[in-house]
Design a protein around this ligand. Structure first.
Ligand SMILES: NC(=O)c1ccc[n+]([C@@H]2O[C@H](COP(=O)([O-])OP(=O)(O)OC[C@H]3O[C@@H](n4cnc5c(N)ncnc54)[C@H](O)[C@@H]3O)[C@@H](O)[C@H]2O)c1
Length: 284
């Protein structure tokens, strides 16, 4: 039975993922700065700050993989991003390496490409899309992807970066029809990161079957991902609750409406949105 460490295990994604990995037969080591109350069978837990590399190294010894979730998960000011998503991320990768853990599944976010226009205004985003982070938060996530690539290509570790969309029990609005990730599909993608023999440094989108809405998840499919859940069938209800803004209106032209990143893109956005569109100067 493989032993898998999860950082940020007390959080939203961690709580759901622990259940998925336990159900799949893994032993889980749940790590968080907050104590975890509801420890299950085949689960151990420890309170640790991810920036404490020595403590992380001790804890990761004997693990087969680490799923790195802990990060700054809001668009907080830079010092908080740097402490958690930069220093914390380096600490976790170094601790894994020092502890002999060769596999890391890194929780990235679709917000690393959040300032791209959504299809059909923009192209579907694949794993080679030029980064357009939509926030300080997203820059922190993109940093972690670079660390993953460095440790995979330079040190031979196996790193799967999962650009998670929105993990939920169902798609919650029009934009997130294209970025919804169900709990069991999250579990499946993480298991691919733990098990697949050919992972080097790979990027997949953490979305259920919403292929063709915003993202081209060909790399995930090539690694054997077969999503169990689909956003298909939610359109009518969601478009009723979250209708399209009138064509040409200010709402339709807003960064929140045009882009993959939604409100993260809108927050602090300055000026018009023409520069985001394909064909604009500097646009990919
Ligand atoms: N929720 C989503 O749909 C979603 C979407 C895209 C990406 N993600 C990514 O998934 C990961 C988890 O997201 P979430 O929604 O569960 O966030 P969350 O804020 O609910 O959980 C984060 C957890 O990290 C822990 N943590 C914070 N600082 C820590 C430290 N110094 N040491 C140890 N633990 C610490 C927190 O206590 C918390 O339990 C994040 O990396 C996030 O960027 C989530």
């Amino acid at each position: 039975m493989k032993r898998i460490a999860i950082t940020g295990a007390a959080g939203l994604v961690g709580t759901g993922l622990r259940a998925q990995l336990l159900k799949s037969g893994y032993r889980v080591l749940s790590l968080d700065i907050k104590p975890i109350q509801d420890i299950a069978a085949h689960e151990e837990a420890a309170v640790v700050d991810i920036t404490d590399q020595a403590a992380m190294t001790q804890l990761l010894r004997g693990c087969d993989a680490v799923v790195h979730l802990a990060a700054c998960t809001t668009d907080a000011p830079w010092p908080e991003q740097v402490r958690l998503s930069v220093e914390g991320c380096i600490s976790v990768f170094d601790a894994a390496r020092d502890a002999g853990v060769r596999r890391v599944v890194y929780a990235s976010s679709h917000h690393v490409v959040g300032l791209h226009p959504r299809a059909p205004q923009g192209p579907l985003m694949g794993d080679t899309a030029i980064l357009r982070p939509d926030s300080r938060y997203a820059v922190g996530k993109a940093f972690g992807e670079s660390v993953g690539a460095l440790y995979a290509y330079k040190y031979g570790m196996q790193v799967l970066s999962v650009r998670i969309g929105n993990v939920n029990t169902r798609p919650i609005d029009r934009r997130r029809l294209g970025s919804w990730l169900s709990w069991r599909d999250l579990g499946q993608l993480v298991a691919i990161g733990i098990e697949h023999p050919d992972i080097g440094f790979d990027i997949v989108y953490g979305i259920s079957d919403a292929q063709g809405r915003h993202y081209d998840n060909a790399t995930a499919y090539a690694l054997g991902y077969v999503p169990q859940d689909s956003s298909e069938g939610w359109d009518e209800q969601i478009l009723r609750d979250d209708p399209l803004p009138a064509p040409g209106s200010a709402a339709a032209r807003a960064a929140a409406e045009l882009t993959l990143g939604g409100q993260f893109s809108q927050s602090e956005y300055e000026g018009g949105t023409d520069r985001l569109l394909p064909g604009a100067r500097g646009a990919a």
